[in-house]
Write a protein that binds this ligand. Structure first.
Ligand code: SF4
Ligand code: SF4
Length: 296
């Protein structure tokens, strides 16, 4: 599996203390994505220009991708083959090859580093990117975690087939199911995919799955009563949903776009206002009997 990050001792992605494995590659293109380095399906070079000390050691590049002009240092990404040689030699940590292949056994070994802290609630969360985009590996990993007695959570946009969702559900203790937008037209505009993101919920109802509905709240996009009403409607309609989490937008991902040579489509540079978040939580709490909270 191609992995772009492994977070140990996480308390933000599912219950208890967890190891979070971020699989690289996503078929969606959410305008506000705060992990742009997880979008592509291949390893890529990240360059943090603020860390660069201008030593020129990255001229080791066999393709001449590093271009220097006075104090300016840029990367010609059309020449970069992501071999990682420059990242190995950079003394300042300005270069990083994002995306590394792991076997299931290697990922189990990563989980083992944290397992003593899992307790009753913790375990492994498989996130992304979109984990279902690497379905064969995802399923194999879920089976191995279940066999090892480790609690499993999968964070997904739901962008997969009913067959794959059914197969994964057998080995998944909890889905962290993204509810970005429920309107087809807005979904197409802001995620690049025009489909009902809630389409998998009826199936998860039937399968008896447990779901936390995770709702990114994006200023000017979905921070409104209409969206809150739709979230409440999903909570009331689907027995699989155990709770709903509002995730306030933050701009921390913006600086990562330049590092991986992408441009951000949504450039609002402030967090969602605390008072707006509280108001939306109150509103949602009045519309559904399911627990609602933020993991802010
Ligand atoms: S090796 Fe690292 S610090 Fe040196 S010029 Fe290249 S990116 Fe900058
Ligand atoms: S990753 Fe390899 S090809 Fe890309 S810039 Fe660095 S040395 Fe050159």
């Amino acid at each position: 599996m191609l992995v772009f990050n492994i977070q140990h001792f996480s308390t933000h992605d599912g219950p208890g203390i967890r190891t979070v494995i971020f699989l690289k590659g996503c078929p969606l293109n959410c305008a506000w994505c705060h992990n742009p380095e997880g979008k592509g399906f291949a390893p890529e070079l990240s360059f943090d220009s603020a860390r660069c000390i201008g030593c020129g050691k990255c001229r080791v590049c066999p393709n001449g991708a590093h271009m220097f002009d006075g104090n300016s240092h840029r990367i010609d990404r059309t020449k970069c083959t992501a071999c990682g040689e420059c990242a190995k030699i950079c003394p300042a940590g300005a270069l990083e090859l994002v995306g590394k292949e792991y076997t299931v056994s290697e990922l189990l070994a990563e989980a083992a580093k944290d397992s003593v802290f899992y307790g009753n609630d913790g375990g492994v969360t498989i996130s992304g990117g979109e984990p279902f985009a690497q379905f064969d590996g995802l399923l194999e990993l879920l089976k191995a975690l279940r066999a090892a007695g480790i609690n499993t959570a999968v964070e997904t946009s739901g962008f997969t087939s009913p067959e794959k969702l059914t197969a994964a559900a057998e080995y998944t203790d909890l889905f962290l199911y993204d509810c970005k937008l429920t309107d087809e037209e807005l979904s197409r505009k802001y995620t690049g995919v025009g489909f009902a993101l809630s389409a998998g919920l009826p199936l998860l109802d039937k399968l008896g799955a447990r779901v936390v509905l995770r709702c990114p709240i994006i200023p000017g996009v979905n921070d409104d009563s209409r969206h809150i009403n739709e979230i409440a409607g999903l909570c009331e309609k689907h027995g699989c949903i155990t709770s709903a989490e509002l995730e306030p937008y933050h701009p921390l991902g913006l600086r990562k776009y330049a590092a991986v040579g992408r441009s951000a489509a949504y450039t609002y540079d402030k967090r969602l206002d605390e008072s707006r978040l509280s108001a939306l939580l109150d509103e949602l709490g009045k519309l559904t009997a399911k627990p609602v909270y933020t993991n802010n």
